[in-house]
Every structure is written in structure tokens, then in C-alpha cells.
Write a protein that binds this ligand. Structure first.
Ligand SMILES: [Zn+2]
Length: 202
């Protein structure tokens, strides 16, 4: 079983969350988690601009407070933003009250109908409650660009063999992922384009 592509049982467990967009079109939904991050998010924006791609950024509330000008840049360039909690909480490790309060705190700074739980981990009771206010977005392919043990080649190989219509793909505009992200993203975009894919935001 591949970690990069969530198993269908996992998808059933979080029924109601969006994993993939149902479409016959050759389209990829690029998403970036954990920013805004100085010198990383802006470089991602340069790469996206070069190909005129709009994407979706799941931001951490505290990072939006720290780097409001980068957050504004995301908005002004027409990308979609989503709520990724205020302090990147693991749903399983905190009470529902604490989790909801953290999401609410982030919502003061991030105005969005979209929410993505950090680590893709959330209690089902938390998911059910948040779905009243948010479209909860998970993913069809996680690049694992945050993992320093993975080579660029390994990440790119998975991207190539796991491509499919309507795929929601996760990268991380974080310091942890920076090296692999900035090397792999342009190569992946070139590959998808060469294969006839276009890009959409949520
Ligand atoms: Zn995250």
C-alpha cells in the first residue's frame, strides 16, 4: 500500500471530505499546506506565475499573522486560500473544544469555505462538526516533500505514475519541504503539461 495515495478505506472513514474532484477532464488541483512562509511561498508563486497556474493554499493562522504581506499576495494573485487551523493541531491529541476554537481563531485571519486538517488526522466527530461550516479537503496524492529522507527522483516518480484526472495534490510551502518542493514542483508541472493536463484551484 502506498502512503502517497490514500487507501479507499481511509477515504471511507472520512466520508464527506473531498479527496479528488470527479471529472473527465485532464486537470490537476495543486494545493500547498502550512504557509505563508518567507522565501518559500513567494518562490512557489513565481513558479506558478511562470505557468499562469492558480492553486489553493491551506494556511496556518499564526503564519498569516506573522507574514500578512505574503498572505495578501496569495489573495491578490487570485489563488484560493483555506483554513489549516491556527497552530497546526493534531485533531486526535486535543479535545473537540480546543480544536474548534483553534479553527475559529484561524478563521479571523483566513476567510474561506475550505478547511484541511493538519496531517490529514481528525476525529470523526470533529470532521462532522466542521462540515457544517466548511468543505473539508483532503488529497488524492501527497508528495511527502516534507520528508528529508526522500529524494527528488522518488517524489517525482510517484507524481508521474499516480497522475489522474481531478487529482488533488499536496505540496508544502514550508521551510521543512523547501529543498524538495522547489526542485520537484517545476519538473512536475512540466511533466503534467506535457501529458496534456491543465490546473485549477478549488
Ligand atoms: Zn499541515
Amino acid at each position: 500500500m502506498l502512503i502517497e495515495r490514500p487507501h479507499k478505506l481511509f477515504r471511507l472513514f472520512y466520508k464527506g471530505a473531498i479527496w479528488q474532484i470527479n471529472t473527465d477532464e485532464k486537470v490537476i488541483y495543486l494545493t500547498f499546506d502550512d504557509g505563508p512562509t518567507p522565501e518559500v511561498t513567494t518562490k512557489v508563486l513565481d513558479i506558478l506565475d511562470a505557468y499562469n497556474i492558480k492553486a489553493s493554499f491551506f494556511c496556518i493562522g499564526q503564519n498569516v499573522i506573522n507574514y500578512p504581506e505574503i498572505y495578501q499576495l496569495l489573495i491578490s494573485k487570485g489563488h484560493t486560500v483555506g483554513n489549516h487551523t491556527h497552530s497546526h493541531l493534531k485533531g486526535f491529541e486535543v479535545s473537540n473544544e480546543e480544536y474548534f476554537a483553534n479553527v475559529k481563531e484561524a478563521s479571523k485571519y483566513i476567510h474561506s469555505q475550505y478547511f484541511r486538517p493538519p496531517y490529514g488526522r481528525i476525529k470523526r466527530s470533529q470532521l462532522r462538526a466542521l462540515q457544517k461550516d466548511y468543505t473539508v479537503v483532503l488529497w488524492d496524492l501527497i508528495t511527502r516533500d516534507y520528508n528529508a529522507n526522500l529524494s527528488n527522483e522518488y517524489i517525482l516518480r510517484n507524481i508521474k505514475r499516480l497522475k489522474r484526472n481531478g487529482s488533488i495534490v499536496v505540496f508544502h510551502d514550508s521551510k521543512k519541504a523547501e529543498k524538495r518542493l522547489l526542485a520537484v514542483l517545476p519538473e512536475a508541472i512540466k511533466y503534467w503539461i506535457q501529458q496534456g493536463y491543465t490546473f485549477k484551484k478549488l
